[in-house]
Design a protein around this ligand. Sequence first.
Ligand code: DX5
Ligand code: ZN
Length: 227
Amino acid sequence: MPQVAPSILSADFANLERDIHLVEEAGAQIIHVDVMDGHFVPNLTIGMLVIEAVRKVTDLTLDVHLMISNPETMASRFVDSGADSVTVHYEAATHLDQIVSELKRKGARAGVALNPHTPVTVLEEILPSCDQVLLMSVNPGYGGQTIISSSFPKVRKLKDQISSLGLDVRIEIDGGIGEDNTSDAVRAGVDIIVAGSAIFAAEDPAAAFAAMQSAANEAARDTRSFV
Ligand code: DX5
Ligand code: ZN
């Protein structure tokens, strides 16, 4: 079943533990963590110290999205900090195969992320080694942006690529997703739906999470009944 992954980028950093527990009690299984370096993207967020701190207050899957240049030097250190999955950008990595192998060797799930303008065809060689592919549906750097309209057709292309190769690779979408378009994302083939502002900027984050998760579950049931 598809899973909604709340992104703590839009949470209250002074009350991170409280916000994580809010969505945890509502049934979230994955927490998405955005690491930005002020170089690959024009914003700075958090690093390993915060991931270590978050690891101490939750057993949920920590899904770390690295928006950093030269991830070769740092990606696997996020596993040491407590990440369960680490995703690096195709555009930032020179030695992608090496990073993916190292992450898996350390026991983490390995992901590759693509910016909106990067075609899914670039994944041809790396796809069989990936556990997940993250498609950015906004330009990375900030929460609360509007989804780019070509994102769902891109998901379908990737889904076809994965199915035709018979692979078990999860598709994650990130940016501009809320209750209104969660069903469309799932129907296009998304497995992990990242949502920041739609959950943590809502008056009731637990209710916002629950509404998105139930929209995702319903869309998955509909989609499967057509197969
Ligand atoms: C954006 C980040 C996202 C962000 C999404 O660069 O990668 O994870 O939190 O935020 P929303 O859901 O508000 O578009
Ligand atoms: Zn992200």
